[in-house]
Design a protein around this ligand. Structure first.
Ligand code: NAD
Length: 283
């Protein structure tokens, strides 16, 4: 049986470390880190994500500043807000919740964030730092994936890692992080030919496709470690819904360790956001 990597417990431990770091900053008279969270419009899923981020900030002592803008906000107004937040010394991290409404070019908005306050790690400067292995702020979900892997892998050198998905948010940055550890990394995507045989060679599988139960048990090399980033809500025959990962969870028994969905990568993402905010405030 594969070991289940308990993302909830690992995220809880990380948040405790973050809370201690915040308390240390306050005790030194430096003040609590400030995270500005910008939400444009009222997409229900985004409302839920922003609400969770704000409540988790409160739990670790990070001061969150919420900016809610109407759905018809002009790009220039959002850029003016970003400029004001960049200049505000009480704001150490800036998070713009995606997706943005159609009239706004998300790339332009993300590029406008001061890279030192870019706690999502999406700014081209931070992407460049990641790809050159020169520090910077690392995107939260890939950072969380590595922390989960670190609980079961001591030495990455020479391991074969296969990443399924090449998004800027998950696939590409996680591939960069694995490459930094000297894994041999293969990045696959929707047009990849012969995916099952590529995955069969992997000591580490990171599945981030958003394709429910794409990865079957017989794709997994015995002893491999599987990180399942995918989360899709699927409707079952009885009309109820459940969250499903990219891996067929019931078939993962010959993996050495696997993350559950939910309760694996998901909880790490917000915990890493809080850790990144402290990193930005301490820089
Ligand atoms: P995306 O849609 O931007 O990218 C998906 C990638 O997977 C693409 O590169 C695509 O080519 C590839 N892909 C899609 N179907 C495939 C298939 N059948 N075979 C091979 N490759 C395929 O998605 P994303 O933003 O990277 O997210 C991926 C998944 O991870 C989604 O389920 C998303 O909900 C989840 N996610 C979870 C968290 C978290 O906190 N747990 C965070 C971000 C994303």
């Amino acid at each position: 049986m594969a070991t289940l990597i308990d993302g909830k417990a690992i995220a809880r431990a990380l948040s405790q470390t973050t809370a201690q770091a915040v308390a240390g900053m306050v005790a030194q008279g430096r003040g609590a880190p400030g995270l500005a969270v910008v939400l444009v419009g009222n997409d229900p899923a985004s409302e839920v994500y922003v609400g969770r981020k704000i409540s988790q900030c409160a739990k670790v002592g990070i001061h969150s500043i919420e900016h809610r803008l109407p759905a018809d906000t002009a790009q220039a107004d959002l850029l003016a807000l970003i400029a004001a937040l960049n200049a505000d010394p009480g704001v150490h991290g800036i998070l713009v919740q995606l997706p943005l409404p159609a009239q706004i070019d998300a790339g332009k908005v993300l590029d406008a964030i001061d890279p030192a306050k870019d706690v999502d790690g999406f700014h081209p400067v931070n992407v460049g730092r990641l790809s050159t292995g020169t520090g910077g702020l690392v995107p939260c979900t890939p950072l969380g994936c590595m922390m989960l892997l670190d609980t079961v892998i001591d030495n990455y050198r020479g391991l074969d890692a296969v990443v399924i998905g090449k998004s800027n948010i998950v696939g590409k940055p996680v591939a960069m992080l694995l490459l930094e550890r000297e894994c041999t990394v293969t990045v696959t995507h929707i047009a990849t030919q012969g995916l099952p045989d590529i995955v069969r060679k992997a000591d580490i599988v990171v599945a981030a496709a958003g394709a429910p139960e794409l990865v079957k048990g017989d794709w997994i090399k015995p002893g491999a470690v599987v990180i399942d980033v995918g989360i899709t809500r699927v409707t079952q025959p009885d009309g109820t819904t459940r969250l499903v990962g990219d891996c067929a969870a019931a078939e993962m028994d010959h993996a050495r360790a696997v993350t559950p969905v939910p309760g694996g990568v998901g909880p790490m993402t917000i915990a890493c956001l809080l850790a990144n905010t402290v990193q930005a405030a301490q820089a």
